[in-house]
Design a protein around this ligand. Structure first.
Ligand code: PEP
Ligand code: MG
Length: 650
């Protein structure tokens, strides 16, 4: 007796589903074979089953002989058609809660580690989001059908851009996610993509294959670059390509509307497009095979306060059939079906974090002061407009560091002066009357952008980065300075220079600013001067701090770089992580020397490195004379409390 079916097990009968299939088969007395094409194997052998290589969508036949053959066929076909039939929720193939049945649950929990991309702890039932892959169609289009295929492709581009425009106009899309959708829309209309795909169709390729071919070519160019931000653009390109293919095929993608409250979203990859439209309040945590700390998924997760661990690679496949996931967005740990001890630990920590954040929330609008009444500004470090809401909700007193790199990295070309003006103006408006300190482009070292060719350097962290690169490339630097002058007319903008190591760099920047001012005057554009400051990140800057202080309006100490340069310990090299310690007496002495020089010159001294948010160090920094501390939004209320405790104890 036999029956054939199409396999609906996502990704086919690989390790875990194969084991489940075999265990099910072993529960019957009869002999059972699984047949694929002309090959048949014993269905009670896991190894043979895996070697048969049964994939999703393939046709197979279950053949059984013996007393309980009918029941066996019924059960096994049922499994192949709906492998999750034991779960409680209604499930679809590609978007499903994946709570495991008791039988499937492993006795011990297993631990995985990915990239900690958004802080916080979460635990809950896994919800799998694995949309089906769209394959190239490889159809040859005859010459007389090419014009129609081109029209179809053009139409698909229009449909996707229209959908994205419509999304941008909906009121229920969080404003924090608009920038991301706008960036995707930008990609969907990019010449390289549109013309690349059109050219392939003109050569006789079908439109779906042309889109997949072009997007994967551009994506692999992004992926091959030695930079995590640009690598993340590869994911955006693939996500846009997928939307265009769906439009060509007249299909709708699966969506996350049905995700139950408290779920941990598990995906190999999730496009910003899908995530931004999902009911984020139902998502307790996110685990992804792809992505890193700077991907759009990470930015959305952080902006919404959803803990996330990304970049799990192939390990995410292990979580497809899991029930409960516990994740720690501080250190990237993930527990698959956690045991009692881990469950209790997570429950305790989650409850403590909720209680702490509840207790700290009273400090949101608090204005911390030193014992002598001087206000200590507790500001936010952000890198995109999407993070404004999180910073405001935390009670940020302005922005102490706006990293402009992401603005450049998100785009395929250098962002225009007008686009930058709009961005800086939006920022200044959002935080008025508090200041927004914009750091000029800090590219090089560990970051690169499209539109600037970087030399191969033996020591990129000691190379052409930050202000060094900008002064050599006025074509890149001047549009940014002009945009900042224009935005300063609309709000409280201050500007600081990264990686400064000599006073001449400040003079050269001032000369460029003068040039920009003259041009703007001639053009009759509105502008206003801004306070110019420097980041203190190099030992050279510390040693010439008194001279720098005479030339600038403020200092902001960048402890992340300062520590690596003082200690000669690469901040990205885990082998020397122990040396990368801001509390080392040498680094603390450098901070103190900087503060002294700034205070003596009567300029503001602030800090925007990670150390600024550390409650154990804040008292020392205040003591040294720092009056501004800028940190990730999650640390703001704790820092305000710390300053408040300090002034009460003195
Ligand atoms: C720093 O170096 O401390 C800093 C804030 O800059 P970044 O981390 O962006 O290099
Ligand atoms: Mg730095």
């Amino acid at each position: 007796m036999e029956r054939s079916t199409i396999v609906r097990v996502h990704d086919g009968l690989h390790a875990r589903p194969a084991t489940r299939f075999v265990n099910l088969a072993k529960g019957f007395e009869c002999d059972i074979e699984l047949v694929k094409a002309d090959k048949s194997i014993n269905a009670k052998s896991s190894v043979k089953l895996m070697l048969l290589g049964v994939k999703e969508h393939e046709e197979v036949t279950v053949r059984a002989t013996g007393a309980d053959a009918a029941e066996a066929i019924e059960a096994l076909i049922g499994f192949l058609e709906n492998p999750l039939s034991g779960a409680s929720e209604a499930q679809t193939k590609s978007s499903k809660p994946i709570a495991s049945t008791t039988a499937e649950k492993s006795a011990t929990s297993s631990q995985l580690r990915g990239v900690a991309a958004s802080e916080g702890l979460a635990m809950g039932p896994a919800f799998g989001f694995f949309p089906p892959v769209i394959d190239e169609q490889n159809l040859a289009i005859p010459p007389d059908a090419i014009p129609a295929e081109l029209a179809r492709l053009r139409q698909a581009f229009v449909i996707v851009q229209d959908r994205m425009s419509a999304s941008l106009e909906t009121t229920d899309l969080a404003t924090s996610d608009r920038g991301i959708i706008a960036a995707l829309k930008d990609i969907a209309g990019d010449d390289d993509l549109v013309e690349g795909a059109m050219k392939l169709v003109e050569g006789g390729m079908d439109a779906v294959s042309a889109v997949i071919g072009t997007t994967s070519r551009i994506a692999s160019e992004f992926a091959s670059l030695d930079d995590p931000y640009l690598n993340a653009r590869a994911d955006d390109m693939n996500a846009v390509g997928r939307q265009i293919c769906l439009a060509l095929l007249g299909q709708n993608d699966v969506n996350l509307d049905a995700i139950p409250n408290g779920s941990i979203l598990v995906a190999d990859d999730i496009g910003a497009w899908d995530l931004a439209r999902a009911p984020l309040k139902n998502i307790a945590g996110i685990v992804c095979g792809r992505g890193g700390a700077t991907s759009h998924v990470a930015i959305i997760a952080r902006a919404h306060g959803v803990p996330a661990v990304l970049g799990l690679g192939q390990d995410v496949q292990r979580l497809k059939n899991t029930g409960i996931i516990a994740l720690d967005g501080h250190n990237g740990e993930i527990f698959d079906d956690p045991d009692q001890e881990i469950t209790t630990r997570f429950q305790k920590k989650i409850a403590e974090a909720a209680a702490e954040s509840q207790a700290l929330s009273v400090f949101k609008d608090f204005v911390p002061k030193r014992a002598d009444g001087t206000v200590i500004e507790i500001a936010a470090n952000i890198g995109s407009l999407e993070e404004i809401e999180a910073a405001q909700e935390a009670g940020a007193m302005g922005v102490g560091l706006f990293r402009t790199e992401l603005l450049f990295m998100r785009h395929i070309h250098l962002p225009s002066e007008d686009f930058q003006t709009e961005t800086y103006t939006a920022l200044a408006t959002a935080f008025a009357p508090y200041p927004v300190i914009v750091r000029t482009l800090d590219i090089g070292g560990d970051k690169a952008i499209a539109g600037i060719e970087f030399p191969d350097e033996d020591n990129p962290f000691l190379g052409w980065r930050g202000i060094r690169m900008c002064l050599d490339r006025p074509d890149v630097f001047k549009p940014q300075l002009r945009a900042l002058l224009r935005a300063a007319a609309k709000g409280n903008i201050k500007v600081m220079l990264p990686m400064v190591s000599s006073v001449e760099e400040v003079f050269a920047t001032r000369a460029l600013i003068e040039e920009c001012v003259s041009e703007l005057k001639v053009e009759g554009r509105e502008y206003a001067p801004f306070d110019l400051g420097v980041m203190i990140e190099t030992p050279a800057a510390v040693l010439i701090a008194p001279a720098l202080a005479r030339e600038v309006a403020f200092f902001s100490i960048g402890t992340n770089d300062l520590t690596q340069y003082v200690m000669a310990a690469d901040r990205l090299n885990p082998t020397v992580a122990k040396l990368n310690d801001v509390t080392h007496p040498a680094v603390m002495a450098a901070i103190e020397m900087t503060a002294l020089a700034g205070v003596q010159a009567g300029i503001m001294v602030g800090m925007c490195g990670e150390a600024a948010g550390r409650p154990d160090l804040i008292p020392a920094f205040i003591q040294m004379g720092l009056t501004e501390l800028s940190m990730s939004p999650a640390s703001i209320q704790r820092a305000k409390k710390c300053v408040s405790d300090l002034s009460q104890s003195t």
